[in-house]
Design a protein around this ligand. Structure first.
Ligand code: NDP
Length: 321
C-alpha cells in the first residue's frame, strides 16, 4: 500500500511516498482501510522536528475509514464498521492499524470525509470551549486564525454557546469567511492593530478568553487583549513557539495562561467517547458545519504541507488515498 514517510526532518520536501506491506492488527488493534486522511498543523511540527519523533517515521494522526480486520480481544468494533481516529501516528497511508480503544464509531449521517476532517480539529475545539475554558453566554472571546481548520469550528461553537466572538485572520477573503460563520467582529491581524481594535470593541474591558493557535506572532497582542483575570489559551505554534516569559508578567492583570494538548483531554477511552459524542452532537444539531476547504491525493502530501504552511488553506484539508 501507499504510505508517506520521512527519514530526516525538514521542509515539505522530506516527505516521501513509499510502498509498504499492509499491517496486521495485533491484540486490541483494528486494521482500518482509509477513505480520507485529515491534515493537521501538528503534522508539520512532526515533519520539521519541532516535536521530535524517532526516525524514520510515518506521519499523520487522523483518518476515517472502514474496519477491515480485528485483532484478538477486540469487542468494540466489527469488520465493516465506519470508524475514525485522531491520535495514532502513521495516518498518511492507505490503511493503518490503530488501538480499538483509541478509535470511535462514525455515526450514520456523517460521511467518512467529514469524520476525517473533524475528529482532531473538532475534539480540539470541544475541549477548548467546554473544558479548558468553559465558554458561557455573554463571554467576550477572541479567536485567532478563525478561517483555519480549528478556528472555524471554534467560532461556530463559541457562538452556539452564546459568546460574542472577535475573530482574526489574514486577508479579506478569510475575514469574510469568519463573518459568515457568525463572528461578531473581524480583525485582519496582518493589517490592523489587534489590541486597539479589541479595546474599541470591548469598551476597553478586554476579552475573557483568547484562543491562540498562532503562537509567537500573536502572543503579545493576545496577552494585551485579555480582561482582568482573563485566560490566555495558547494551543499552537503556526507562526513558531511562544518565547519564554516571566510569571510576574501575568500579574499585570492577574491573567491565567494554559498550554493544553488535546491528548491530555482525551486521555481515557471514556473521555475520547464523551468528546466524540459532544462533537457529533453539534454537527447533528447544525450548530457547527465543517468546511473541507481543499483535498489533495495522498501521494501529494508535500503539496498539502506547502499549502498549509503557506497560509493558502481555509477550513479542513483532506488527503485522499
Ligand atoms: P489552520 O488551518 O488553522 O492553519 C494555520 C493558520 O494559522 C493559517 O491558515 C494562518 O491563517 C495562521 N497563521 C498565522 N501565522 C502563520 C504563519 N506564520 N505560518 C502559517 N500559518 C500562520 O491549522 P489547524 O487548524 O490544523 O491548527 C490550528 C492550530 O491549532 C495550530 O497551531 C495547531 O498546532 C493547533 N492545534 C493544537 C492542538 C492541541 O492539542 N494543542 C490540537 C489541534 C490543533 P491566516 O492566513 O488567517 O493567518
Amino acid at each position: 500500500m501507499l504510505a508517506i514517510q520521512f527519514a530526516r526532518t525538514g521542509g515539505p520536501e522530506v516527505l516521501e511516498a513509499v510502498q509498504v506491506e499492509v499491517p496486521s492488527p495485533a491484540a486490541g488493534q483494528i486494521l482500518i482501510r482509509h477513505q480520507a486522511v485529515g491534515l493537521n498543523y501538528i503534522d508539520t511540527y512532526h515533519r520539521s522536528g519541532l516535536y521530535p519523533l524517532k526516525l524514520p517515521s510515518g506521519i499523520g494522526l487522523e483518518a476515517a475509514g472502514v474496519v477491515e480486520a480485528i485483532g484478538d480481544g477486540v469487542t468494540r468494533f466489527q469488520v465493516g464498521d465506519r470508524v475514525a481516529y485522531n491520535g495514532t501516528m502513521g495516518a498518511y497511508a492507505e490503511a493503518a492499524v490503530v488501538p480499538a480503544e483509541r478509535t470511535v464509531r462514525v455515526p450514520d449521517g456523517v460521511s467518512l470525509e467529514t469524520a476525517a476532517a473533524v475528529l482532531l480539529k473538532g475534539m480540539t475545539a470541544e475541549f477548548l470551549v467546554r473544558r479548558c475554558f468553559h465558554v458561557k453566554p455573554g463571554d467576550l472571546v477572541l479567536v485567532h486564525a478563525a478561517a483555519g481548520g480549528v478556528g472555524q469550528i471554534l467560532v461556530q461553537w463559541c457562538k452556539a454557546l452564546g459568546a460574542t466572538v472577535i475573530a482574526t485572520a489574514g486577508g479579506e477573503a478569510k475575514l469574510a469567511l469568519a463573518r459568515s460563520l457568525g463572528a461578531d467582529h473581524v480583525i485582519d491581524y496582518g493589517q490592523e492593530d489587534v489590541v486597539a481594535r479589541v479595546g474599541e470593541i470591548t469598551g476597553g474591558k478586554g476579552v475573557a478568553v483568547v484562543y491562540d493557535g498562532v503562537g509567537k506572532d500573536t502572543w503579545d497582542a493576545s496577552f494585551k487583549s485579555l480582561a482582568k483575570r482573563g485566560v490566555l489559551v495558547t494551543f499552537g505554534n503556526a507562526s513558531g513557539p511562544v518565547p519564554p516569559f516571566a510569571p510576574l508578567e501575568l500579574s499585570a492583570k492577574s491573567a491565567f495562561v494554559t498550554r493544553p494538548r488535546l491528548f491530555d483531554y482525551i486521555a481515557t477511552t471514556e473521555e475520547l467517547d464523551e468528546s466524540a459524542e459532544a462533537l457529533f452532537g453539534v454537527l447533528a444539531s447544525g450548530a457547527v458545519k465543517i468546511d473541507i476547504g481543499q483535498t489533495f491525493p495522498l501521494a501529494e502530501a508535500r503539496a498539502a504541507h506547502e499549502a498549509l504552511e503557506g497560509r493558502k488553506t481555509t477550513g479542513a484539508t483532506l488527503l485522499i488515498p
